[in-house]
Design a protein around this ligand. Structure first.
Ligand code: UD1
Ligand code: UDP
Length: 359
């Protein structure tokens, strides 16, 4: 059987690594790996292939950055050509980026069944490009691999019950597999002169924060007012917007340590011993929970509502400077930590389900 995987953005390399290893080590399913080139800086792409030993993509489309329509359109044209050449039995996509949507649209028009990993997530905010990408992909998919019960409920509310599987979260597989390796391998704490448990880690890249001057300014101001060092690995989108909005001065407080995007091991190491993580990232919210670090989510809503219900995650509108500061001082580590993301065997479950497919 031939599975064609379409990936293109940082979180997708991390999501894909465990399943790609299974495909690579077993001859029953041959994986054709397509990298759209949505992310292309070496610290947003190549570093993950090297570190996580993801096979070299069979196709690299090199689409780069553009408006949503142009970027997705370029991918669509190229992916259609590859599907026609490779004739895969299944097209596999992860998450909710433009690369996800391009892969699923191209496949559905050619009647190739789609497997969607991280299916059923909803923010219920259609202004988010990711919400449109995941809604459309779910409605086109044959296999909907859900990380949580909540995701299954969301699909049911939209009338999708066939082909839905509760597999757990594939990022949990990677976190469990690499956590100790990362802690042994990384010297990021000493590089940054930080002590475990005595700093905050922040990531910002969500368009609703970066593309709004008032929000981005309030958020950076709040980070500068915090009582501890804040490590801020800067996503290129955010870096560009800080320059565009002329907000560089808000990065000057001495507690803010602005650094380049990190590789996965350094990121896991920094996440593991942060006192609190502040983020608008989906993946980082989950990893905070998996690593038992309290999280403040700099958004109005989250797809990962279970982490909020469990008391480990707090939502804060990033425009509200005072609420961010108060949320940090209000953080208490909950006494319980329910299992939310499965058993770390998600890749194997997905693999075994796909293996039963007869085209
Ligand atoms: C994309 C995904 C988002 C995901 C995020 C993960 C969509 C719509 N958004 O957002 O869901 O959470 O990836 O990080 O698919 N840039 C570079 N170098 C790179 C990549 C991007 O400089 O290697 C800059 C470019 O200026 C680009 C901007 O970042 O215009 C945004 O990149 P893009 O891939 O369009 O969206 P992200 O914000 O990264
Ligand atoms: N990540 C990383 N280096 C960084 C920031 C994030 O390796 O500097 C990892 C993080 O550990 C998680 C994934 O990237 O596994 C999350 O990706 P991102 O925040 O870009 O996207 P999202 O999850 O919001 O779609």
């Amino acid at each position: 059987m031939k599975v064609m995987t379409v990936i293109g953005a940082r979180p997708q390399f991390i999501k894909a690594c465990m399943l790609s290893k299974l495909f690579h080590n077993d001859s029953k399913i041959k994986e054709i790996l397509v990298h759209t080139g949505q992310h292309y800086d070496s610290n947003m792409s190549d570093i993950f292939f090297k570190q996580l030993q993801i096979p070299k993509p069979n196709y690299h489309l090199g689409v780069g950055s553009d408006s949503h329509g142009k970027q997705t359109g370029k991918m669509l044209i190229e992916i259609e050509n590859i599907i026609l050449t490779e004739k895969p039995d299944i097209v596999l996509v992860y998450g909710d980026t433009n690369s996800t949507l391009a892969g699923s649209l191209a496949a559905s028009k050619l009647n190739i069944p789609i497997a969607h990993v991280e299916s059923g997530l909803r923010s219920f905010n259609k202004k988010m490009p990711e919400e449109l990408n995941r809604l459309l992909t779910d409605h086109l998919s044959t296999w909907l691999f859900c990380p949580t019960e909540e995701a299954i409920k969301n699909l049911k509310c939209e009338g999708i019950e066939k082909g839905v599987y509760l597999t757990g979260d594939i990022m949990y597989d990677a976190t469990l597999h690499y956590r100790d390796i990362a802690l042994n391998h990384s010297d990021i704490l000493s590089q940054l002169k930080l002590s475990p448990g005595d700093y905050y880690l922040a990531t910002i890249h969500r368009a609703e924060n970066t593309d709004n001057l008032n929000k981005l300014q309030a958020l950076l101001m709040a980070l500068g007012e915090l009582d501890k060092s804040v490590v801020l690995p800067l996503h290129p989108r955010t870096k560009n917007k800080i320059e565009f909005w002329n907000l560089k001065k808000f990065l000057s407080p001495s507690n803010i340590k602005v650094i380049e995007p990190l590789d996965y091991f350094d990121m896991l190491a920094l996440e593991s011993t942060a006192e609190i993580i502040l983020t608008d990232s989906g993946g980082v919210q989950k990893e905070a929970y998996m690593l038992e670090v309290p999280c403040i989510t700099l958004r109005d809503e989250t797809e990962w509502t279970e982490t909020v219900q469990a008391g480990w995650n707090t939502l804060v509108n990033s425009l509200d400077y005072n609420t961010i500061l108060k949320s940090v001082s209000d953080v208490r580590v909950p006494s319980t930590h329910p299992s939310l993301f499965g058993d770390g065997e998600t890749a194997k479950k997905i693999y075994n389900i796909l293996l039963t497919y007869k085209s």
